[in-house]
Design a protein around this ligand. Structure first.
Ligand SMILES: *Cc1c(COP(=O)(O)O)cnc(C)c1O
Length: 362
């Protein structure tokens, strides 16, 4: 690792690709002869408009986003989308949610403030350590959409098969898996992702929404800023956007395009995650927390025999240059987040460390 940087296993904000950070550093004082930093630029200037347009075009290419979908860059991070989704998509006032962990629970609670939520399936019975069977969900005719958190960042599960929504619109929170594998956008009505997990700086979400779902018949009390249609009608420039995040995300989109796209990312992520999961399966001291077939390639939760030993491992790891291995406060244990930007060497070095730890303390 260059610059004294360390392997950072944070769940988010998380590591960025080093070549992207280097490019940003090189453009910091004077972006392409503009005489200014992107942070100092008018969001109405041509030079920023080009940054925005290029970011969108690159994302469209990367994911193969069909023409009838709009791409939005919206502030408020991931959490605002918990509210915007029901406010914009609940027409009949009823939606079905699949409950798979901490982030879908937050989405459910927020949607419940606005309309009626049905839990279509849940894995609460086993501590959210698996993804429930969603091949035959009971979905009322009047349901406006079916919602999933496609990768549960805290619990470490991921959907390998999308739910059968019975023809209803599928909405997915892809925050912690966005751009980690190919995605057939046409199967969704709306995809959203907070970008600080796998793409860029915190404070923004990318929303990919089918154009026919951009409604202008929302109830009067829905605030202007919370209407997708407002953002869509203004190229996400209704007000001053998170220019810096759009710029950094655009860099990452281009970097991914130049690195073989999402097929290549998926292959790399499979290979990386396998190193860690194979170790956990061999170990008699560390245990993975998730059912094998539902394991996330991005967030890998695991435990030792006791919470005290979990804490000791996290502290020893930090001292050895592997930061942020402590599990989320709501579930404890340990968790390694290994997003696109985590190099394979980082995962291999972590496994070496854990192996040594087990030999000495296990
Ligand atoms: C982090 C995260 C969020 C929340 O993102 P914020 O930008 O912190 O509001 C929502 N969903 C998932 C799956 C996440 O990982």
């Amino acid at each position: 690792m260059k610059y004294g940087r360390i392997y950072n296993f944070s769940a988010g904000p998380a590591m960025m690709p080093e070549p992207v950070l280097e490019e940003i550093a090189a453009e910091m004082m004077n972006y392409r002869q503009s005489g200014m930093c992107v942070m100092e630029m008018s969001h109405r200037s041509q030079v920023f408009q080009d940054i925005r347009d290029e970011a969108e075009a690159d994302l469209r290419k990367l994911m193969g986003i069909p023409e009838d979908y709009q791409v939005l860059f919206i502030q408020g991070g991931g959490t605002l989308q918990f509210a915007m989704v029901p406010m914009n998509l609940m027409k009949n006032g009823l939606a079905c949610y699949v409950e798979t962990g901490a982030w879908s629970k937050k989405a459910i609670a927020e949607a419940g403030k606005y309309g009626e939520v049905r839990i279509a399936a849940s894995s609460a019975d086993q501590n959210f350590s698996y993804v429930p069977d969603c091949s035959d969900l009971d979905i009322p005719d009047s349901a406006d959409y079916v919602y999933i958190c496609e990768n549960e960042t805290i619990n470490g599960t991921t959907f390998r098969r999308l739910p059968n929504t019975g023809g209803k619109v599928l909405v997915a929170d892809q925050s912690s898996m966005f751009l980690s594998r190919p995605c057939d956008v046409a199967r969704y009505g709306l995809i959203w992702a907070g970008v600080q997990k796998n793409v860029g700086p915190a404070g923004m979400a990318v929303v990919i929404v089918r154009r026919d779902l951009l409604r202008d018949d929302l109830p009067d009390f829905v605030p202007t800023y919370l209407r997708y249609k407002i953002h869509g009608g203004s190229d996400s420039l209704y007000n001053t956007p998170n220019c810096w995040a759009i710029y950094c995300c655009g860099k990452v989109f281009k970097y991914l395009l130049g690195s073989g796209g999402l097929e290549a990312m998926n292959a790399r992520n499979e290979e990386k995650a396998k190193i860690l999961y194979d170790f956990l399966d061999r170990s008699s001291f560390f245990t993975g927390s998730v059912r094998r077939e539902d394991r996330s390639l991005m967030n890998v939760p695991f435990v030792t025999p006791s919470p005290e030993q979990d804490a000791a491992v996290a502290a020893a790891a930090k001292a050895a240059g592997f930061d942020n291995l402590k599990g989320h406060k709501s579930v404890g244990g340990l968790r390694a987040s290994i997003y696109n930007a985590m190099p394979k060497e980082g995962v291999a070095a972590l496994v070496d460390f854990l192996q040594r730890y087990e030999r000495e303390h296990g």
